[in-house]
Design a binder for this molecule. Sequence first.
Ligand SMILES: Cc1cc2nc3c(=O)[nH]c(=O)nc-3n(C[C@H](O)[C@H](O)[C@H](O)COP(=O)(O)O)c2cc1C
Length: 318
Amino acid sequence: MTPAWNHNRICSLLNIEFPVIQGGMVYNSGARLVAAVANSGGMGLLGSGSMRPDLLRDQIRKAKTLTEKPFGINLPLLYSNSPENMKVALEEGIRVFFTSAGSPKRAIAPLKKAGCVVVHVAASAALAKKCEDAGCDAVVVEGFEAGGHNGREELTTMVLVPECVQSLKIPIIAAGGIACGKQMLAAMALGADAVQIGSRFAITQESSGHDNYKKAVVEAGSQDTHLVLKKHVPVRLLQNSFRDEIMELENRGASREKLFEALGTGRARAGMLHGDLKKGELEIGQVAGLINDVPTVAEFMTRLLAEYELAKAGLCKL
Ligand SMILES: Cc1cc2nc3c(=O)[nH]c(=O)nc-3n(C[C@H](O)[C@H](O)[C@H](O)COP(=O)(O)O)c2cc1C
């Protein structure tokens, strides 16, 4: 670990060099991305939300061939195969779990018993406090600028992080709207111990997202994403005909059944993994407007940390 970060609570907790977490992302964070982040000194998380247990096992084994550094998994708790995915990850020796989408209460006992670090993703200070009380080692607090599924609270990272810092003792990882060193510095200035980055890592060479999806994000502006399905399962999506169709139905007051019928199945796989830009679901955050290239993870990490140091030096001058 470099001297600059050796007192950082998240670096010590996760045994990583830099306080940078690559958020677990369906159809994007497979073994290649996770290993590249680990090899660059951050914490990579496999996106188990889009993996059946056999695929998750393969991806854990593959990542181990690509890095000797620690890595973990993101485990959304609401899917029917979540218990099986947890079992597989434990069998394969994973000891870092970032849980999300649900309450961490029930998952925490077996994970702690197995000696795991458990971090949960929260979209409000109230849920973040519940995570601390339930025994989580740290919490990701995610503003609704973020890509992917969001809380219903619609709180921004700028408001959520300091609110959580006031009331929590465990380390806080800021997420939502962070894609460059200046934003990382701002999050740390608000009191975060580390940052979790999703969208920016989705648009790297090593992400398993389709090239069409990456190109669409590079061409997008910051106003090209919208939060849809706010009353049901809020998710931030890039503009395309699929998203327009969902928004139009919502605006017309369509029932839950009608909305889910229009959603269909396999839309996220079609959009992000297979590159169907019309009918597919393209999850990405507001930072799409700041994403203008598709670097390797190593290039991005070097850039991120250099920008961070430059921004810090600039502030000192002020
Ligand atoms: C394409 C995509 C897929 C995501 N999938 C998941 C997921 O499966 N589980 C989860 O907890 N968060 C998921 N997220 C959220 C990220 O882990 C991360 O918290 C978020 O992207 C941070 O905000 P940012 O996009 O502004 O960097 C996803 C985000 C994106 C962009």
